[in-house]
Design a protein around this ligand. Structure first.
Ligand SMILES: [Zn+2]
Ligand SMILES: [Zn+2]
Length: 347
């Protein structure tokens, strides 16, 4: 089959690799019908994720069709349309028993396109298939379901739920890329009084408005005072969600949150950020971090099927799977192309 493989920093190849097969009874093999590229894949290609070894097939988000199952797989069968989640779950370890699948110690967690071959391929072997694949209702299209493999549960669990968003809250979301926009979409499920989106790119701020932000702030021209002025009595946000992953954006969140508020970090950080305890100590601030568990995936899928979740604006570019190198070229310069999520389809 054809797959996109990693060969050290800056080097990716779209070429022939052996077909995946069921190796242990809990495995399934899925034909990939739709797949996307994640910011995390770009981190890997920069060499930031040293566990990813030479020849690894990248990708951890897909929608596909089951073509083979091991003898121990009970909940999916050949021909089933499934969501391949970014998180695999052994279902047996202490963390999986608490639905904290992201921290699985039994061989799951974030493994696809990381520690085992991933989804940017014609076929993918999915370990722990019973606990890691989700059967899709016919009413949910491949492209919408694809967004539930990573960005929707990540924004919802690590941003909105960790941030304790409640009805009537003022929510500041720093970063209006795919994760920030997914945070706006899922924060709205709780009826906050206002959502304020902050970004540097005008196109992303416009997208934030389209998915439901009440106000937007161009971070290049305005600072924390502008953001605070948009909150009730200028006190600050009840919840500030960090959806970029830089020291500056994290520190901005700690400055725009009100005393007693919550900062929920979603961004993937590669550098240390300063924790200004000299300012924060007396302000009763809660700061949370997290890797997604995807424990909310069944709920989000149900809401998508029931038309309670609108994700149509998040995919901006579409390609055939065999055009994946072009898709990467475009995604690397997402800002220049006004790109959010890219979807690639089986040809
Ligand atoms: Zn991802
Ligand atoms: Zn586990």
């Amino acid at each position: 089959m054809k797959a996109l493989t990693y060969h050290g920093p800056g080097c990716r190849i779209w070429g022939e690799v052996p077909d995946p097969v069921v190796r242990v009874p809990e495995d399934a093999v899925v034909r990939v019908d739709a797949v996307t590229i994640c910011g995390t894949d770009l981190h890997i290609l920069k060499g930031d994720v040293p566990e990813v070894t030479d020849g690894r097939v990248l990708g951890h988000e897909a929608v596909g069709t089951v073509v083979e199952t091991g003898q121990g797989v009970r909940t999916v069968a050949d021909g089933d349309r499934v969501l391949v989640s970014c998180i695999s779950a052994c279902g047996r370890c202490a963390y999986c028993r608490r639905a904290v699948y992201g921290q699985c110690t039994g061989g799951g967690g974030w493994i696809l396109g990381h520690r085992v071959d991933g989804t940017q391929a014609e076929y993918v072997r999915t370990p722990f298939a019973d606990n890691s694949l989700y059967r899709l209702p016919d009413s949910v299209a491949d492209e919408s379901a694809l967004l539930l493999a990573d960005i929707l549960p990540t924004a919802f669990e690590v941003g909105v739920r960790n941030g304790g968003v409640e009805p009537g809250d003022t929510v500041v979301i720093v970063g209006a890329g795919p994760i920030g926009l997914a945070a706006i979409t899922t924060a709205r499920l709780y009826s906050p009084a206002r959502i304020i989106a902050v970004d540097l790119a005008a196109s992303r701020l416009a997208a934030a408005k389209r998915v439901g932000a009440d106000a937007t702030v161009d971070a290049a021209r305005a600072d924390e005072r502008t953001i605070r002025a948009l909150t009730p009595d200028g006190l600050g946000a009840d919840a500030a969600i960090e959806a970029v992953g830089t020291p500056e954006t994290f520190e901005l969140c700690t400055r725009v949150v009100r005393p007693g508020g919550r900062v929920a970090n979603v961004g993937v950080h590669g550098r240390p950020a300063t924790l200004h305890l000299e300012d924060l100590w007396g302000r009763n601030i809660t700061i949370t971090t997290g890797l997604v568990d995807t424990s909310s995936t069944p709920l989000l899928l149900d809401m998508l099927a029931g038309h309670r979740l609108d994700v149509a604006d998040l995919v901006t570019h579409r390609f055939g799977l065999d055009e994946i190198q072009d898709a990467y070229e475009m995604f690397v310069e997402a800002g220049r192309h006004d790109a959010l999520k890219v979807a690639l389809f089986r040809t």
